[in-house]
Design a protein around this ligand. Structure first.
Ligand code: TYD
Ligand code: MG
Length: 479
């Protein structure tokens, strides 16, 4: 019998080390490193009181080397692979499109988003769609597991959403083994888990929500989904840094990653695919929030039309741009306030002070607005940081709008870097940004003149491209 090896594992972040250092060398916390032996781990695994099946489902699988198969047999498999759980109706159409044409059996789908954006609502509504019998006698059960809320709380939400589906089962649990055992008993058509940060797996170190728990739980769920062919929809909270559950590693484990986004002032919600093993990642699902839940928006241009009476339309000093986070495009709003007579007062929030100074100086020098006699306040809505040069033009437009007391009409966005001569410069991923705006129903987009031609053949859903050489031209075109 070999000598048992010890290893020190950080309870907080899961970092492991052969030696004890007093503090964790990864997260630098004190007193979190605990000693484990290989025997400890084995004891934990054998002591679990769960069915053989469940244990097998979450234990690591041995890799089976593939052997040659007949081509014609592969055709049958493809047909099976292509089948998707249909999601009917306008709401289902938006969700289905982002998923790449419906929910793929056996897939693990991660839905991320800020707390309060509407993830639990979205997933409960999806559960309801999957559990629709559609005249088929077979019960299409869906189990909705929550580690965040009691079944009564979920019930209250379901009641508000008018969901009375007899095939939805609610389960309040945080123990992955228990969840998978219960799930297996019901043999559901899909499983929803709200959220990955609240579940834990016995035998894995660290607290629920910590790096190693999140990673191991997700891997266990993936194995379960593949083995049983039951799709699992996982909710994940986005942390302040914009990642789901801290580690990006989660995105590599799952099949599909969707993000739910919403602007603070708007009642619209977007569902965007960032990763999809079964379809494209350029799709966007658009929803309108209501008392009775999310409704699919099939014609996005209605979205801005219907909001034309909101107060912000009449306020000067607001301008919209699109920033990228990896492959994700975000709309953000820049606010500017110019106050005559309080010069030297400058406050910027979410924008680098040096960048703000540069843009203000360029407007003074190249456009001729007398900003030097004004106190200027700049803010990026929703607390985001606007570090990309692509936002320069929106900053300039917001300042000009406030100074001239001219509200920028609804449905216009700005994407360009501003140079020292006031010229508009190209930015990376311009096409992706422009297409996002078009899909959202924006009416006009100001971009550098140089790039205008490249959009001649692109489907922009009626959005007009305004190519401008410099800030003056932009002002003439918009104001
Ligand atoms: P919730 O689904 O709980 O968000 P998350 O799970 O992402 O934290 O929704 C947040 C709040 O918004 C909740 O109080 C319900 C409300 N809400 C609506 O009233 N209508 C809607 O269409 C949505 C999506 C949410
Ligand atoms: Mg929730």
């Amino acid at each position: 019998k070999g000598k048992s090896r010890s290893v020190y594992v950080c309870e907080d972040c899961g970092y492991s080390d052969g030696q004890w250092w007093g503090t964790c060398r990864q997260c630098e916390k004190v007193g979190t490193m605990k000693r484990f032996t290989t025997e400890d781990v084995e004891r934990k695994l054998s002591g679990t009181e769960v069915s053989e099946k469940v244990v097998r489902a979450w234990l690591p699988t041995e890799v089976v080397a593939p052997s040659p198969v007949k081509l014609t047999d592969v055709y049958d498999r493809i047909n099976v692979l292509d089948w998707r759980i249909p999601l009917p109706g306008p709401f289902g159409a938006e969700v289905g499109r982002v998923l790449g044409g419906g929910l793929v059996p056996g897939s693990l789908v991660l839905v991320g988003g800020d707390p309060g954006v509407g993830k639990s609502t979205l997933l409960l509504q999806i559960a309801d769609l999957i559990a629709l019998r559609n005249g088929i006698d077979d019960p299409a059960r869906v189990i909705y597991v929550s580690g965040e809320e009691s079944v009564e709380q979920i019930g209250t939400r379901a009641d508000r959403l008018n969901i009375g589906n007899e095939d939805i089962y609610l389960h309040s649990s945080t123990d992955i083994e228990d969840i998978l055992e219960q799930a297996q008993r019901l043999s559901p058509k899909a499983i929803v888990i709200d959220s990955i940060q609240t579940v834990y797996l016995n035998g894995v170190t660290g607290n629920a929500g910590g790096d190693s728990q999140v990673k191991e739980c997700t891997s266990a769920l993936l194995r379960f989904a593949k083995r049983t062919n039951i799709p699992i929809l996982l909710i994940g909270h986005v942390t302040k840094t914009g990642d789901i559950a801290g580690p990006r590693v989660l995105e590599h484990i799952v099949d599909v990653v969707l993000y739910m986004e919403g602007e603070k002032l708007s009642s619209h919600r977007l569902l965007r695919s960032v990763k999809n093993r079964f379809g494209s990642t350029d799709e966007l699902g658009i929803f309108k929030m209501s008392q009775a839940g999310l409704q699919g928006v099939s014609n996005p241009s209605e979205m801005y039309l219907s909001e034309q009476h909101s107060v912000s339309d009449y306020l000067a000093g607001l301008a919209v741009t699109v920033i990228m986070d990896g492959s994700r495009a975000f709309l953000i709003e820049v606010q500017a306030l110019c106050v005559a007579g309080s010069s030297f007062m400058r406050h910027v929030n979410g924008i680098q002070a040096s960048k703000a100074d540069m843009i203000i100086s360029v407007i003074i020098k190249q456009v001729g607005l007398k900003l030097q006699e004004n106190g200027i306040f700049l803010n990026v809505v929703s607390g985001m940081n606007l570090t990309e040069t692509a936002g320069d033009l929106a900053i300039a437009a917001a300042i000009c709008s406030s100074f001239l007391e001219f509200p920028i009409p609804n449905g216009i966005a700005f994407i360009a870097e501003v140079g020292l001569a006031g010229e508009l410069r190209l930015v990376p991923q311009l096409e992706k940004r422009v297409i996002t705006l078009a899909k959202l129903g924006y009416k006009k987009c100001v971009i550098p003149k140089l790039a205008e031609k490249s959009f001649s053949g692109t489907e922009l859903h009626g959005m007009e491209i305004l190519g401008c050489d410099n800030l003056k031209e932009m002002i003439n075109a918009v104001f």
